[in-house]
Ligand binder design. Structure first.
Ligand code: ATP
Length: 363
């Protein structure tokens, strides 16, 4: 990629983006592209720089260095009001004294759009979010989910090219959040718009996205499709943040195409490995609890059962193998071992995964 030429199908490019606030490096050299008409999530814990990236794209902050291009045109120096980008905030930020219709049309009247045109566009936006029957309602008379849909209608009414969503569902209860996830994804498809959504909830990121960008301390840790992030986490940090895996320290003995031979508490064997796993650098063995069996067929590792938790569809068994604590998932129909029992744990190395870095030291 050279100069300002956009990659085909690319809406937004971030190149070597940095943002510091005094001594705080909120964003530390970030590169990514957003494909046109895609749903992309920025995922990471509090303080990793997600909101700062949205604010840089929205034009509410200026990068300390690096560039943003939209449709191949630089956003350097372009004020927020001139960017074809809108933001939906967690707090909705609706005007309490205006009804639904007036909230959605507010920006159009400020921009001097004629009343006729504005009323057509407001009606279309309300149809898009399925609130066409509530145009005259006061916003205080709406549920949290309905208020969020008013905020969405207001953000899409002037047809931005990119919609930024900053934790838009975090004020909703769990059931409403699940429903709104489906609505958001359908809305993005119906509109054919690009959505960039910030969340710290990995389930939400997986449910919504074509791509997930996992952030760690102002840097991108992995940028991939949800299934790849889940099955092939690049680093121990990503595996840990996504959750659900046992993560054990491992030493890389040798490395071949897409596999590595590692030494761990289970002995030495070869497993599929992330591209950045290297001999001599820290690495971790990731084992999903459902892929571990309690069996003494060799090779296996002796362990002692610590806890057994009934989870309806299955049992979650916590075992201690030496100093290593592991979770094993057994089908609910199996009879589980008792706490204190000696067991042997076993897995197929082809189903394990080697990620770069360790949880203690970081990658
Ligand atoms: P959260 O999920 O809590 O919103 P985040 O991942 O969105 O977190 P940011 O809000 O982007 O994180 O903040 C990244 C870092 O930059 C944090 O350490 C934060 O304290 C710092 N930061 C953000 N805005 C400012 C500011 N205006 N002045 C000083 N520091 C800031």
């Amino acid at each position: 990629m050279t100069g300002r030429e956009a990659l085909p199908g690319t809406l937004l490019e971030a190149r070597s983006l940095h943002k510091s606030y005094g001594q705080v490096h909120a964003v530390r050299g970030v590169d990514f592209v957003l494909a046109r008409d895609s749903y992309v999530t920025l995922l990471g814990p509090s303080g990793c720089g997600k909101t700062t990236i949205l604010r840089l794209i929205g034009g509410f902050e200026t990068p300390s260095s690096g560039h943003l291009n939209l449709d191949g045109t630089s956003l350097d120096g372009v004020p927020a009001s001139r960017r074809p980008v809108n933001t939906v905030f967690q707090s909705y930020a609706l005007f309490p004294h205006l009804d639904v219709e007036a909230n959605v049309g507010f920006g159009l009247s400020v921009a001097g759009v004629s009343r006729d045109e504005a009323s057509g566009r407001v009606a279309e936006a309300l149809r898009m979010v399925r609130l066409e029957n509530m145009a005259r309602r006061a916003t205080q008379q709406l549920s949290g989910g309905q208020q969020q849909r008013v905020a969405l209608a207001r953000a899409i009414v002037n047809r931005p090219r990119l919609l930024l969503l900053d934790e838009p569902l975090s004020a909703l209860d769990r059931k409403m959040r699940k429903d709104m996830q489906i609505e958001l994804r359908e809305l993005q498809r119906r509109l054919g718009l690009t959505f960039l959504h910030v969340t710290h909830d990995q389930e939400e990121a997986f449910a919504l996205s074509d791509r997930v960008i996992v952030m760690n301390h102002g840097r991108i840790e992995q940028n991939d499709e949800p299934q790849t992030i889940y099955r092939k986490p690049e680093t121990a940090y990503v595996a840990d943040f996504i959750g659900g895996s046992n993560i054990l320290p491992a030493a890389v003995v040798s490395r071949a195409a897409d596999r590595a031979t590692v030494a761990s508490a289970f002995g030495t064997f070869e497993s599929p490995a992330a591209p950045s796993v290297k001999v001599g650098a820290p690495a971790s063995l990731c084992l999903r609890p459902e892929l571990i069996a309690l069996s003494d067929a060799s090779p296996s590792l002796p362990a002692k059962v610590a806890h057994v938790v009934f989870q309806g569809a299955d049992w979650l068994v916590q075992v201690a193998a030496g100093k290593q604590i592991l979770f094993v998932r057994l089908a609910g129909a199996e009879s589980p071992p008792e706490p204190g029992n000696d067991v042997s744990i076993r897995f197929n190395p082809d189903q394990a995964w080697v990620a770069a870095g360790s949880l203690a030291g970081g990658p």
